[in-house]
Design a binder for this molecule. Structure first.
Ligand code: PEP
Ligand code: MG
Length: 755
């Protein structure tokens, strides 16, 4: 131990400066930890000071102590949640006791000799809500630690956390003292978009490593903080004033919350108190951010969680201002894999095809970011718990979008198994590429048209690379959803024209705006509806507010520049709705003609069949419609009365359930009888066995995500559709609930490539 014994009861600033000196000195990790426990014990006038660090996810290890039996260092281990120390790590909150051995949950560890110490105070060593260890002081005399002392120890723990992050405590063969974020980490999330990727982490929010966690001059640090707050407030006010978002809506709500926090005196004062205690401004912000994140883990109310997320975002902004760093790394590595808590669609589009993969801590299958990832054909894993806390910029990461998994800092075994998977996939891709220009014809000569779904310019390169024969569903609302204001007439028609240009002579079916339900435009007043999926949406909204729909007709007609045009209406539930919308379109065509604008040389007007009622519409509807497209996502939700966004009920009903399949067959027969072309464009058309069953039921056109075209074409070319139908019929006759088991068993028996 050092010769010059530090004085007792020093203020935390002096203590922090001593810690900083230790960080600056040459030395082994163990030596540093020993010195730290020694000076903390002295300056807090305590008999014991100990540091426990995380050995792994579940275990803490005593790594240094002043006052307990030195033999127990690296021997004493306890589980997170066990004893007072384990409880601190689990709850990320300080614990104090005047008579520790009598305290609830106390666990006696005889090898440490701690039974003689009655008073106990422990605080988490945490960084950004992640507990790296526990710092404890103990004394023989019963002693009540003051609020001030607790706060002081928390501040000290913050600096120890920053030191750990900088790798100040590493030592050979000491797992608990290895630098955090060096071990392999595995996240099991959900599939957002299929595909695999190998690359390096790029954090959407910067992970800032602070090299000097201790303030030299608190006044200077407070001034820096104050300036950062001012910049932050100006930024937010500017965003609020920008007229493009000066409408009521979700964005504004978030910005208002930002503004409230940015002006919140309590929040800022707490940071100033930490600075007075000796922390640098950045670490003071991080200390508050840690508290926010700890609270976030506990809060279940979705509204409060959102607000805590806002506060977390705001802390990130403050940190960026303080460190003068911009969020999105301008120079991304070649193999960038974006890791984020969540990301907006526009931000994801900004990164664009430069990304090899995306891993999100939150996100949902139907989210707009997922739609963009799909359009860009980037593998996406969502709901990957803790990934933003574990990942550091530049870490190696493997993304398995097929299984919804992410391996961070993988070890060699995991990596080699993964690389095998990548190689197999590449082989399959080569096979699909070889089929690209061949038709999908079954061995008994039935021809199926395979088209793709799209909605963004980013989708269109896939039209050629996938071999799609057209765009069976162009979701026009995506352009509206990604924006903070209604796209101008000109922008709309430019986009549609570019889509038609890119498609060349392949047909594109534009669907008019399908908004409402889960597709809420940020700049439109949100309707308070008890059941939005059954509410005022799509064609209902279009007919009641014809201005927007008319504008869309006009922009589509103008974009066609005389080329043929295919337009369909979403969510038609009865004949009249189709007839009225169609008439509006015909009127608009007439008006354009009168203005002597070029009009399409051929217009086909169709309807999506997404409600069971439309399948039973009068024959006149089927005669009037130029084509029908089955929107299976909605149709299935209404057929089974099971919310498509609710994972719990969604998976309960199989698409190949006999009732549903019979229904699809009936629609195909009806259309065939009247001569109305019919296709299927829901997500299920992109699943190979489902697509095969639809084809066997008589559907001749399927529209799907581009990545599915290759595998589905390969399957169709492998099978006899007549025999497929016979297998389905036998399963139906035998009373099976779903034809899937029988169909899959048969496909396996003939060695068919299905997924
Ligand atoms: C559908 O419902 O199947 C469909 C294609 O429309 P969306 O998924 O856009 O609602
Ligand atoms: Mg739909």
């Amino acid at each position: 131990m050092p010769e010059d014994k530090p004085e007792k009861g020093v203020d935390s600033r002096t203590l922090l400066k001593r810690l900083r000196d230790i960080l600056a000195e040459q030395g082994e990790g163990q030596e540093r930890l020993d010195k730290i426990t020694y000076i903390i014990a002295c300056s807090m006038d305590a008999d014991v000071c100990s540091i426990y660090l995380r050995r792994d996810e579940k275990t803490l290890e005593l790594c240094a102590t002043e006052g307990l039996n030195p033999e127990s260092v690296h021997q004493t281990r306890l589980r997170v949640g066990q004893g007072l120390v384990g409880r601190i790590a689990e709850q990320a909150r300080p614990v104090q006791a005047m008579d520790a051995p009598a305290a609830k949950g106390f666990r006696y560890m005889p090898e440490t000799g701690e039974e003689v110490f009655s008073s106990f105070l422990g605080v988490p060593i945490q960084r950004l809500g992640e507990v790296l260890g526990v710092l404890v002081v103990q004394s023989k005399d019963p002693r009540q630690f003051t609020e001030d002392e607790i706060y002081g120890l928390e501040v000290v723990a913050m600096v120890i956390a920053e030191m750990a992050e900088l790798g100040a405590f590493t030592a050979e063969n000491q797992q608990a003292m290895s630098m955090p974020h060096q071990r392999p980490f595995f996240a099991k999330g959900l599939v957002g978009q299929e595909g695999v990727a190998v690359g390096h982490v790029v954090l959407h929010e910067p992970n800032i490593v602070i090299s000097n966690p201790v303030a030299d001059d608190p006044e200077v640090e407070k001034r820096r903080l104050s300036q950062a707050f001012q910049t932050l407030q100006t930024e937010i006010d500017r965003m609020l004033k920008a007229d493009r978002i000066a409408v009521k809506g979700e964005h504004r709500e978030v910005l208002e919350a930002y503004r409230m926090f940015a002006h919140d005196k309590g929040w800022r004062q707490r940071m100033e108190v930490s600075i007075d205690r000796g922390l640098a401004a950045e670490v003071a912000v991080e200390k508050e951010q840690s508290n926010t994140r700890t609270r976030m883990e506990r809060v279940t109310d979705p509204y409060l969680r959102e607000r805590l997320h806002d506060l977390d975002d705001l802390s990130n902004r403050l940190l960026r201002i303080l460190t003068g760093r911009d969020g999105n790394g301008a120079d991304l590595p070649e193999d960038a894999i974006l890791v984020a808590r969540n990301i907006g669609p526009a931000e994801l589009l900004d990164y664009g095809r430069k990304l090899k993969g995306v891993v999100l801590e939150e996100g949902s299958v139907g989210s707009h970011a997922a739609i963009v990832a799909r359009a860009l054909a980037i593998p996406l894993v969502i709901q990957a718990a803790r990934i933003t806390r574990e990942a550091l910029n530049g870490d190696e990461i493997l993304v398995d979008g097929d299984a919804g998994l992410a391996h961070l800092r993988p070890d060699e075994t995991v990596k080699s198994a993964f690389m095998e998977k990548v190689a197999m996939r590449e082989e399959a891709q080569e096979e699909y590429a070889a089929l690209r220009d061949l038709p999908a014809i079954s061995t008994d000569g039935q021809r199926i048209r395979l088209e793709m779904n799209a909605g963004l310019m980013a989708d269109l390169p896939s039209l050629h690379s996938s071999g799609a024969e057209g765009v069976g569903l162009y979701r026009t609302e995506l352009q509206f959803l990604l924006r903070s204001s209604v796209p101008r007439r000109r922008e709309q028609s430019d986009l549609y024209a570019r889509v038609l240009d890119a498609a060349g002579d392949k047909p594109v079916t534009f669907r008019t705006l399908d908004i409402g339900s889960d597709k809420v435009l940020p700049y439109m007043k949100r309707q308070d509806e008890p059941n939005p999926a059954l509410g005022w949406r799509a064609i209902r909204l279009g007919l009641d507010r014809p201005g927007l729909m008319r504008m869309q007709f006009q922009t589509l007609i103008r974009a066609s520049k005389g080329r043929p045009l295919r337009i369909m209406f979403p969510m038609v539930a009865q004949f009249d709705e189709f007839r009225d919308a169609r008439q509006m379109l015909l009127d608009e065509l007439a008006a354009e003609r009168q203005k002597r604008h070029a009009v399409p040389r051929d217009v086909k007007i169709g309807a999506m069949l997404e409600t069971p009622s439309l399948a039973f519409a009068p024959d006149q509807f089927f005669e009037m419609a130029d084509f029908i497209s089955i929107g299976g996502n909605d149709l299935k939700q209404f057929f089974f009365a099971a919310d498509r966004e609710n994972e719990r009920v969604r998976r309960r009903y199989d698409t190949l359930n006999v009732s549903y399949l019979n229904f699809i067959e009936q629609i195909a027969q009806k259309c065939d009888q009247i001569g109305t072309p019919v296709s299927f464009c829901g997500e299920d058309a992109g699943r190979s066995v489902d697509a095969l069953a639809f084809a066997a039921m008589g559907l001749r056109t399927l529209s799907m995500r581009p990545a599915s075209i290759g595998p589905i074409k390969r399957l169709i070319r492998y099978v006899d559709l007549g025999k497929t139908k016979a297998v389905i019929d036998a399963a139906r006759a035998s009373g099976d609930q779903s034809v899937r088991p029988a169909l899959e068993a048969w496909l396996t028996s003939i060695g068919a490539p299905y997924f």
